[in-house]
Write a protein of this length. Structure first.
Length: 405
């Protein structure tokens, strides 16, 4: 758990004993979330920081704390923790209004009315800290058809704090050629299920240790892989290797798609889930449904996993899994700095098995967005899906990080 620091601001009209009594429940809640008090907001810049509004008359003091904090963490949004007595909430309202007039993003958390909101706000800050400073390995150039899904790296670093690290695609290719089949067999056995894996499955699985070694050498936290080069150079696909990485906590995006990979990183850091990246194959505006399809999926997201060939090439291994009925969330980022977003909850309608689409297929009915918006205002060709209903959480996270849409 990333550390948490909080600074209590109070009016000098109240004595120390009164402040201690007033803030005791809030401090206990923050301490329970791994927090510790500090009078120096510039300390521990790697840990998230919140401001506790103990009383009214603290607006100037809170702004001073934020200004000092931003000397060392200029990007960090402000979380003001309020409670229901001694004019704490009015002071928080005035303070946040002033901050927003200055272009600073933030949120007020009424800690005494909903403890889960406080925990969520702290986790939102923690996820932002984890994302900033991340190194995303771009293994090979993005695929040629991704003409809108590769943000400018300087703007990605400035807005998100994510560094793009160029990795030659020849590195995992060379490692694959040198991989001992026995090193690939555990992953191959997992994907083969009850049967013994054939040579094709072992060959595809051998890309997993090759990519793991490449990640370790370049010290990256996630990868976006130009996976079609594996087909042309190795006559196998990256679908098994990427699925295994995603299922074991390492975000791995397809086709060198940076925008989708960052969405997957958000899902991992904020929701602690693997994500599925897919192509919208069909949009039905009348039914408000979208058919999604792709050839790799984290096994933990589906059941009845089947091994097929990769769809477009007919080579290697493509994965077909069945999603359970229920709620999911769709995500898409876009723009030169990934400054735009599209989030919606959706409900699974059916799983498909068309021979004319990528192997894993699912139709979802959108709850919060018109399906036609994908056609009228597209952000790119891939959509990221996570299990569960998370749109509200994602929207709150986005607003804290980047301000109102």
């Amino acid at each position: 758990m990333t550390g948490l620091r909080y600074t209590v601001v109070a009016s000098p009209l109240h004595d120390a004993a009164a402040i201690d009594r007033i803030t005791s429940p809030v401090r206990a809640a923050l301490d329970g979330l791994g927090g510790a008090p500090t009078d120096d907001p510039t300390a521990q810049p790697a840990s998230p920081h919140v401001v506790v509004m103990a009383t009214g008359g603290t607006e100037r003091a809170a702004l001073d704390v934020v200004a000092r904090r931003h000397l060392v963490v200029p990007w960090e949004p402000v979380v003001l923790v309020a409670h229901g007595v001694h004019n704490s909430l009015p002071a928080a309202l005035e303070t946040l209004a002033s901050l927003r007039q200055s272009g600073v993003h933030g949120r007020i958390v009424p800690a005494d009315t909903d403890p889960e909101l406080l925990a969520a706000a702290v986790e939102d800050l923690r996820s932002l800290h984890r994302l900033r400073g991340s190194r995303l390995g771009l293994v090979g150039e993005p695929s040629e058809w991704l003409v809108a899904s590769v943000p400018m790296r300087e703007r990605l670093l400035d807005r998100w704090g994510i560094e793009l690290v160029d990795v030659d695609i020849e590195e995992p290719i060379r490692r694959h050629r040198a991989t001992d089949p026995d090193d690939a067999r555990p992953v191959a056995i997992r994907f083969a299920g009850h049967g013994s894996p054939d040579d094709e499955t072992v060959t595809a699985a051998a890309l997993h240790p090759a990519l793991v070694a490449t990640l370790a050498e370049h010290q990256v936290d996630a990868v976006a892989v130009r996976c079609f080069d594996f087909i042309t150079d190795l006559a196998t696909s990256g679908c098994v290797a990427l699925a295994e990485l995603n299922d074991t906590g390492v975000v791995a995006g397809c086709e060198g798609d940076v925008a989708s990979t960052v969405s997957m990183m958000i899902a991992r850091e904020l929701l602690e889930q693997p994500a599925w990246v897919a192509n919208p194959a069909q949009v039905d505006g009348d039914a408000n449904t979208v058919l999604l399809a792709h050839c790799t999926v984290a096994p933990s997201m589906v059941h009845d996993l089947e091994l097929h060939t990769h769809f477009e090439s007919g080579l290697g291994i493509g994965l077909r899994g069945t999603f359970e009925p229920g709620w999911v969330t769709l995500m898409r980022l876009g723009g030169a700095a990934l400054e735009r977003h599209w989030f919606t909850d959706a409900e699974i309608v059916e799983t498909g098995s068309s021979p004319d689409l990528c192997r894993t297929q699912v139709t979802v009915r959108l709850a919060d967005q018109p399906a036609s918006s994908l056609l009228e205002d597209p952000l790119g060709n891939h959509v990221v899906m996570v299990l569960g209903r998370h749109r509200d959480r994602l929207e709150r996270w986005w607003q804290l990080a980047f301000g109102p849409s």
